[in-house]
Design a protein around this ligand. Structure first.
Ligand SMILES: *Cc1c(COP(=O)(O)O)cnc(C)c1O
Length: 382
């Protein structure tokens, strides 16, 4: 890659060349459903916005530049991207997934995936032996989140890429939690990278989007055909909002990560907090692996309170921090995974993973870190 990521966030891989005839500094919003034909059998390259649109193309090129992907397709939400990804597979195909996944992905696989005949095994992918033990002649893909949601478990992507190559599997990595600023799975051997662009890429808690970034042209063509056929693509105005958000990705990630480390250290010493899950703390079991494959641990922290009462009190007493789903934006958000993001995950599975009534998940935002800590401190007081 020729230019550093800070520059790519703003200019993509376009070698700084203008693509707009009027040299608009902010890429225009092509708010049009369709495009006129210049002659029979002739096209400007744009025919219909479900298939191509200049604003979406600009966004897709930017995300490809950030992920080192061959091509990227932008979807209306992260789940639209995840769903489109699983359309690559058919009845009888076996997929090995991290057991600690975004709740919506687990729900998708256990309902629609099951209806479509996908055979899915949820395993602890931090233990490579468990992945190897589940591979069968029908296995087609490994589906990984690292750090995972909400337990922040770290899976070794180099090791997964090796297994995927040796067994002709697709390695699919949901990179939402670290964003392309901190981790690039394609460079480590992944075939497809998924983003819920709603989170760090947008960064402002105001736009939903999803992305599938592909390592090869062949995969990208299959994904484009699925997007064109199923239609869950991203609208032009939302593409523009995403372009705008991505411009500041590097500075946001740096500051949010800096804040998160301080908050994690503070939580770790608080008498009412029994455990902190943050891959940036040296005592985290995935600390070394994360250091090898990522440029940081990001700004997502989960923590366990001493009692259910404390957990509920924090959620009800936070003032500046909002008790809400989602993550990755300028505003700090606190989530109750057991009742929110992971409510549809079977209880037995939640218990095994540690997603219980004492677990809280915090997305550390861009407010002054002293204010974030002060808010948590007052909310923890009885
Ligand atoms: C939020 C999220 C999704 C789903 O994205 P939406 O934009 O909410 O549809 C998928 N994966 C991860 C890791 C997420 O955090």
């Amino acid at each position: 890659m020729s230019n550093p990521i800070e520059t790519r966030c703003i200019h993509g891989n376009s070698d700084f060349s203008y693509q707009d005839v009027n040299k608009a500094v902010s890429f225009p919003i092509y708010q049009t459903a369709t495009f006129g034909h210049i002659g029979v059998g002739q096209s400007t390259g744009y025919d219909y916005t479900r298939v191509q649109n200049p604003t979406r193309e600009r966004l897709e090129e930017t995300v490809s530049a950030l992920e080192g992907a061959c091509d990227t397709v932008a979807f209306s939400t992260g789940m639209a991207a995840v769903s489109a990804c699983f359309e690559l597979f058919g009845a009888g195909d076996h997929i090995i997934c991290s057991e600690d996944l975004y709740g919506g992905a687990t729900r998708l696989l256990q309902t629609i995936g099951q209806k479509n005949g996908l055979v899915v095994d949820f395993v602890d992918t931090t233990d490579i032996a468990q992945i190897l033990a589940r591979i069968t002649p029908h296995t087609k893909a490994l589906y990984i989140e690292t750090p995972s949601n909400p337990m922040m478990n770290v899976t070794d992507l180099h090791a997964c890429a090796k297994i995927a190559k040796e067994n002709a599997l697709l390695l699919i990595v949901d990179n939402t939690f670290l964003s392309p600023y901190l981790q690039n799975p394609i460079e480590l051997g992944a075939d497809i990278v998924i983003h819920s662009g709603t989170k760090f890429l947008s960064g402002h808690n105001d736009t939903l989007s999803g992305f599938l970034s592909c390592a090869s042209q062949e995969l990208a063509e299959r994904v484009r055909m699925i997007a064109k056929t199923t239609g869950g693509i991203l609208a032009p105005f939302d593409c523009w909002l995403m372009l705008r958000g991505i411009k500041t990705l590097s500075v946001r990630m740096e500051r949010q990560q800096e804040n998160a480390l301080q908050v994690a250290h503070w939580l770790a010493t608080h008498p009412k907090i029994s455990k902190v899950y943050y891959a940036g703390l040296p005592e985290h079991p995935g600390y070394e692996t994360n250091l090898r494959q990522a440029r940081g641990a990001g700004s997502m922290i989960s923590f366990r309170t001493d009692s259910v009462e404390t957990a509920r009190r924090v959620l009800e007493k936070v003032k500046m921090i909002t008790f809400a789903e989602s993550l990755g934006g300028t505003e700090s958000l606190i989530t109750y995974p057991v009742l929110q993001t992971h409510n549809d995950v079977p209880e037995e599975m939640r218990e095994r993973l540690g997603i219980t009534e004492t677990l809280l998940r915090l997305s550390v935002g861009l407010e002054h870190v002293d204010d974030i800590i002060a808010d948590l401190a007052q909310a923890l007081e009885e």
